[in-house]
Ligand binder design. Structure first.
Ligand code: COA
Length: 154
Protein backbone atom coordinates (compact mmCIF):
# COMPACT_ATOMS: atom_id res chain seq x y z
CA UNK A 1 0.00 0.00 0.00
CA UNK A 2 1.28 3.46 -0.87
CA UNK A 3 0.45 5.70 2.07
CA UNK A 4 1.22 9.27 2.98
CA UNK A 5 0.77 11.57 5.96
CA UNK A 6 -0.65 14.96 5.06
CA UNK A 7 -2.51 17.90 6.59
CA UNK A 8 -6.27 17.43 6.91
CA UNK A 9 -8.44 19.86 4.93
CA UNK A 10 -12.10 20.81 4.92
CA UNK A 11 -12.73 18.42 2.02
CA UNK A 12 -11.46 15.52 4.14
CA UNK A 13 -13.94 15.96 6.97
CA UNK A 14 -16.75 13.78 5.63
CA UNK A 15 -14.40 10.77 5.44
CA UNK A 16 -12.83 11.57 8.81
CA UNK A 17 -16.22 11.91 10.52
CA UNK A 18 -17.33 8.62 9.00
CA UNK A 19 -14.31 6.86 10.53
CA UNK A 20 -14.88 8.63 13.87
CA UNK A 21 -18.47 7.37 14.05
CA UNK A 22 -17.43 3.84 13.15
CA UNK A 23 -14.63 3.44 15.70
CA UNK A 24 -15.74 5.36 18.81
CA UNK A 25 -18.63 4.55 21.17
CA UNK A 26 -18.88 8.25 22.03
CA UNK A 27 -17.69 10.09 18.89
CA UNK A 28 -16.81 13.76 18.70
CA UNK A 29 -19.55 16.10 17.49
CA UNK A 30 -18.99 17.04 13.84
CA UNK A 31 -18.54 20.64 14.88
CA UNK A 32 -15.44 19.68 16.86
CA UNK A 33 -13.72 18.61 13.65
CA UNK A 34 -14.54 21.86 11.88
CA UNK A 35 -13.28 23.83 14.84
CA UNK A 36 -10.15 21.65 15.09
CA UNK A 37 -9.14 22.60 11.56
CA UNK A 38 -8.88 26.21 12.72
CA UNK A 39 -7.35 25.68 16.14
CA UNK A 40 -5.32 22.47 16.13
CA UNK A 41 -2.87 20.43 14.09
CA UNK A 42 -4.94 18.01 12.02
CA UNK A 43 -3.38 15.16 10.06
CA UNK A 44 -4.66 12.43 7.83
CA UNK A 45 -3.24 9.08 6.84
CA UNK A 46 -4.03 8.66 3.17
CA UNK A 47 -3.99 5.40 1.25
CA UNK A 48 -2.93 6.55 -2.21
CA UNK A 49 -3.58 3.17 -3.78
CA UNK A 50 -7.25 3.26 -2.72
CA UNK A 51 -7.49 7.05 -2.83
CA UNK A 52 -9.07 7.26 0.63
CA UNK A 53 -8.36 8.44 4.15
CA UNK A 54 -7.66 5.57 6.52
CA UNK A 55 -6.72 7.43 9.68
CA UNK A 56 -6.37 10.80 11.34
CA UNK A 57 -4.74 12.49 14.29
CA UNK A 58 -5.60 15.81 15.90
CA UNK A 59 -3.45 17.54 18.49
CA UNK A 60 -2.49 20.88 19.92
CA UNK A 61 0.96 22.36 20.32
CA UNK A 62 1.57 24.83 23.13
CA UNK A 63 5.20 25.90 23.56
CA UNK A 64 7.19 22.65 23.61
CA UNK A 65 4.15 20.51 24.48
CA UNK A 66 2.08 18.53 22.00
CA UNK A 67 -1.18 16.97 23.22
CA UNK A 68 -2.90 14.34 21.13
CA UNK A 69 -6.68 14.86 21.30
CA UNK A 70 -7.89 12.34 18.76
CA UNK A 71 -6.43 9.41 16.87
CA UNK A 72 -8.10 6.71 14.84
CA UNK A 73 -7.37 4.17 12.16
CA UNK A 74 -10.20 2.90 9.99
CA UNK A 75 -11.45 -0.50 11.25
CA UNK A 76 -10.39 -2.60 8.26
CA UNK A 77 -6.85 -1.15 8.40
CA UNK A 78 -6.25 -1.71 12.12
CA UNK A 79 -3.67 -4.16 13.54
CA UNK A 80 -1.30 -3.73 10.60
CA UNK A 81 1.13 -1.37 12.29
CA UNK A 82 -0.41 1.71 10.65
CA UNK A 83 -1.46 3.45 13.87
CA UNK A 84 2.09 3.14 15.20
CA UNK A 85 3.67 4.27 11.94
CA UNK A 86 1.32 7.24 11.63
CA UNK A 87 1.64 8.40 15.26
CA UNK A 88 5.42 8.05 15.18
CA UNK A 89 5.50 10.11 11.98
CA UNK A 90 3.48 12.93 13.58
CA UNK A 91 5.61 12.89 16.73
CA UNK A 92 8.76 13.14 14.63
CA UNK A 93 7.25 15.99 12.66
CA UNK A 94 6.10 17.90 15.77
CA UNK A 95 9.53 17.40 17.31
CA UNK A 96 11.01 19.12 14.26
CA UNK A 97 8.70 22.03 15.15
CA UNK A 98 9.99 22.13 18.72
CA UNK A 99 7.73 19.74 20.64
CA UNK A 100 9.58 17.95 23.44
CA UNK A 101 6.79 16.73 25.73
CA UNK A 102 3.84 14.74 24.43
CA UNK A 103 0.57 14.14 26.28
CA UNK A 104 -2.61 12.19 25.69
CA UNK A 105 -5.43 10.51 27.54
CA UNK A 106 -6.95 7.14 26.83
CA UNK A 107 -9.70 4.88 28.17
CA UNK A 108 -8.42 2.38 30.69
CA UNK A 109 -9.88 -0.52 28.68
CA UNK A 110 -8.43 0.59 25.32
CA UNK A 111 -5.72 -2.06 25.05
CA UNK A 112 -4.86 -1.29 21.43
CA UNK A 113 -4.21 2.40 22.10
CA UNK A 114 -2.41 1.73 25.41
CA UNK A 115 -0.15 -0.76 23.67
CA UNK A 116 0.54 1.62 20.80
CA UNK A 117 1.40 4.53 23.09
CA UNK A 118 3.57 2.39 25.40
CA UNK A 119 5.52 1.13 22.40
CA UNK A 120 6.13 4.75 21.40
CA UNK A 121 7.53 5.55 24.83
CA UNK A 122 4.52 7.07 26.61
CA UNK A 123 4.23 6.43 30.36
CA UNK A 124 1.17 6.68 32.58
CA UNK A 125 1.45 9.74 34.83
CA UNK A 126 -1.98 9.78 36.52
CA UNK A 127 -5.60 8.94 35.89
CA UNK A 128 -8.88 10.85 35.87
CA UNK A 129 -11.57 8.84 37.60
CA UNK A 130 -14.82 8.48 35.62
CA UNK A 131 -13.63 10.91 32.97
CA UNK A 132 -15.28 9.21 30.00
CA UNK A 133 -18.97 8.50 29.45
CA UNK A 134 -20.74 5.87 27.31
CA UNK A 135 -19.47 3.82 29.03
CA UNK A 136 -18.31 5.54 32.20
CA UNK A 137 -14.59 4.89 32.53
CA UNK A 138 -11.34 6.29 33.89
CA UNK A 139 -8.92 8.14 31.63
CA UNK A 140 -5.26 7.18 31.79
CA UNK A 141 -3.14 10.28 31.21
CA UNK A 142 0.17 9.51 29.53
CA UNK A 143 3.27 11.54 28.84
CA UNK A 144 6.37 11.14 26.73
CA UNK A 145 8.99 13.52 28.00
CA UNK A 146 12.01 14.07 25.77
CA UNK A 147 13.30 17.25 27.40
CA UNK A 148 16.42 15.53 28.67
CA UNK A 149 16.97 13.26 25.69
CA UNK A 150 19.59 14.21 23.14
CA UNK A 151 18.28 12.44 20.06
CA UNK A 152 16.41 13.53 16.97
CA UNK A 153 14.15 10.61 16.20
CA UNK A 154 12.32 7.89 18.12
C1 COA B 1 -5.79 2.58 18.71
C2 COA B 1 -5.62 2.44 17.21
C3 COA B 1 -5.35 3.81 16.60
C4 COA B 1 -4.42 1.52 16.94
O1 COA B 1 -4.20 1.51 15.54
P1 COA B 1 -3.58 0.22 14.81
O2 COA B 1 -3.22 0.61 13.44
O3 COA B 1 -4.50 -0.92 14.96
O4 COA B 1 -2.29 -0.01 15.72
P2 COA B 1 -1.01 -0.92 15.36
O5 COA B 1 -1.37 -1.95 14.34
O6 COA B 1 0.11 0.01 15.06
O7 COA B 1 -0.77 -1.65 16.75
C5 COA B 1 -0.17 -1.01 17.85
C6 COA B 1 0.04 -2.03 18.95
O8 COA B 1 -1.21 -2.34 19.55
C7 COA B 1 -1.45 -3.74 19.46
N1 COA B 1 -2.88 -3.89 19.21
C8 COA B 1 -3.55 -3.48 18.12
N2 COA B 1 -4.86 -3.77 18.28
C9 COA B 1 -4.96 -4.37 19.50
C10 COA B 1 -6.06 -4.87 20.24
N3 COA B 1 -7.31 -4.82 19.77
N4 COA B 1 -5.81 -5.38 21.47
C11 COA B 1 -4.57 -5.41 21.99
N5 COA B 1 -3.47 -4.93 21.32
C12 COA B 1 -3.70 -4.42 20.10
C13 COA B 1 -0.62 -4.21 18.30
O9 COA B 1 -0.32 -5.58 18.40
C14 COA B 1 0.60 -3.34 18.44
O10 COA B 1 1.43 -3.83 19.47
P3 COA B 1 2.87 -4.45 19.09
O11 COA B 1 3.62 -3.29 18.49
O12 COA B 1 3.41 -4.88 20.39
O13 COA B 1 2.59 -5.54 18.12
C15 COA B 1 -6.86 1.78 16.53
O14 COA B 1 -7.10 0.55 17.19
C16 COA B 1 -8.10 2.64 16.58
O15 COA B 1 -8.30 3.51 15.74
N6 COA B 1 -8.96 2.39 17.57
C17 COA B 1 -10.22 3.13 17.71
C18 COA B 1 -10.00 4.57 18.07
C19 COA B 1 -9.14 4.72 19.31
O16 COA B 1 -9.27 3.98 20.28
N7 COA B 1 -8.25 5.71 19.28
C20 COA B 1 -7.34 6.01 20.36
C21 COA B 1 -7.98 6.95 21.32
S1 COA B 1 -6.85 7.39 22.61
Amino acid sequence: MEKIIDRMTLEDLSQVIEIEKAVFSNPWEEEMFYSSLTHYHCWKLFNKSASRIIGYLIGEKVMDEFSIYNLAICKEYQKQGLGSWFTRGIINHMRDYGARVFFLEVRRSNNAALRLYERLGFKEIYFRKGYYSEPLEDAIVMMKDERNIKRDKI
